[in-house]
Design a protein. Sequence first.
Length: 199
Amino acid sequence: MPRPKSKSQDQLVTAAMQHFWAFGFGSTSMDELVSAIGTSRHAIYTECGGKNELFLLCLQAYQETVVSPAFESVEAEGADISAIETYFEAQIERAEAMGPPYPGCLIANTTAETASQTPKVVAAIEHHNARLKAGFRNAILNTDDRETGMSDVELDQLAEFLAISAQGLWLFSKSVKEVGVLRHYARTLTSLIEKRIKG
């Protein structure tokens, strides 16, 4: 039986990210990973260092290929509540294109399982959550006309609320069969945030 062709690290990470995203770290054995990627154990160890190291590379790739394209508009100078709405819709459209069962968010999925909770993975999760909070704070600050007297503490709390709500939404998305419920939640959430900003 011919050996699988060797693949570059980027190819391995791209394929592994999709598998981890769908099935999680703890539920994926090395044999399943080898089969899903179409490579060998040797290639995974040689190119990536092993399953744990490959997973960390996947989390990094997820930030670059999934999170950044959807979230950079929220982080941009001058972003406002409409950028938050666009972010939610972009992620919902991605889920819709993939079809049910929806994949959720790789970071939210990872947060929900304990098997992957090494210090480096926890640090990656914390970095992601901090990024969400900072981006949402940026958009909230730009939407706030400052006449409401919202303090920095209130801005931080509202941004944190949005970050937690977003992660909860993506985790919940794994259990629904129709994206309409996700859109309704996202619209309700942004409407509530806008009302709170405007006082």
